[in-house]
Design a protein around this ligand. Sequence first.
Ligand code: NAD
Ligand code: L34
Length: 327
Amino acid sequence: MSDSISLIRNTFSNNFSTEMLRNMGKAAEIIDGKKIAGEIKKELKRDIDKWMENNNNRAPSLVAILVGEDPASKKYVQFKMQAAKEVGITSSTIKLDSSVTENELLDLINKLNKDDKCDGILVQLPVPDHVSERRLCNAVDPKKDVDGFHINNIGKLCSNVDTFVPCTALAVIELLKRSKIETFGKNVVVCGRSKNVGLPMAMLLHSDYRNELPGMEATVTMCHRNTPPDELMYFTKRADIIVSATGVVNLIKADMVKPGACVIDVGITRIPTEDGKSKIVGDVDFEGVEKIAGHITPVPGGVGPMTVAMLMKNTFQAAKGLKAVIQ
Ligand code: NAD
Ligand code: L34
């Protein structure tokens, strides 16, 4: 063991492994979500082309419902339409004014449910306050629910029955797998417990490889807004993997991270910049944490583009009439 490693070990008197201590001072490996998403889209394009050719199928199709003028939502839906084009999925966006009523939206979803030419339906969230997000998500035919937000699909995910899995949680699993991050028996902290992100994330990460998908086998701790900061730090410092999905800027700082840990930043917050413009940042203090982590995802260019790629994967599955995407 080198002198510096034994010095660090003595100073911290912690149960860090030599491997982890060697990582200290080395910049983390950046997990390039944009690049991996590009690879997935290429694979999908190949698979979709083959499926259409072999079975004389029409192209898979996706319909997005976009309510109101939220710039971020508009941009995300645009990315989804662009990705669909890249992989050979037919797509369209139905844009509605924010004054649209819940009944009008439910009628539209019902129409799309009955439309044989539509394989996947997504209602871009958030929706205006006068509309119930839950009622809309539950109105989508579970077989066309490419977001995995229908209550039956959430229940199936929690009961380990094959189904559509929310795209962001799938995105993180795929990033871990393709970056060869071991999860078996590892400690994972998920920050955030939302039904669309944190909860499905935690469900997948603790799945049992003997009979559950995707069989990640981690020990999972879920933290949330009422986890006291010192408790959050207690858990994150012991975590081999931290997945942060809160929208709290700089929630995860370098002194909360175990050397060599993998840090996945799901958070997206738009902040103003000095030049009067704005930019997006994640939950993680990237500059500080990259010096101590083993792997880290950037924002932008990390989980976001992967979420879009996984939506394409779910849409292809919906077209094939299969239920699950995780292998
Ligand atoms: P949400 O507002 O529904 O949930 C936020 C969660 O963070 C809650 O469970 C809350 O308890 C928790 N939280 C708040 N403060 C906390 C704290 N101090 N410590 C620990 N937990 C805390 O949001 P969401 O839909 O789950 O999204 C979370 C973040 O991820 C947002 O920034 C959102 O923009 C982003 N997001 C990104 C993608 C992507 O593809 N990259 C996809 C979905 C959401
Ligand atoms: N129904 N609503 C539904 N399904 C979803 O899966 C979403 N989400 C979240 C918001 N509402 C939703 C998304 O699609 C967030 N989200 C999403 C999609 C794409 C990106 C980020 C979040 C993305 O592509 N981000 C890029 C660039 C971001 C930018 O430039 O603003 C990134 O590199 O992070």
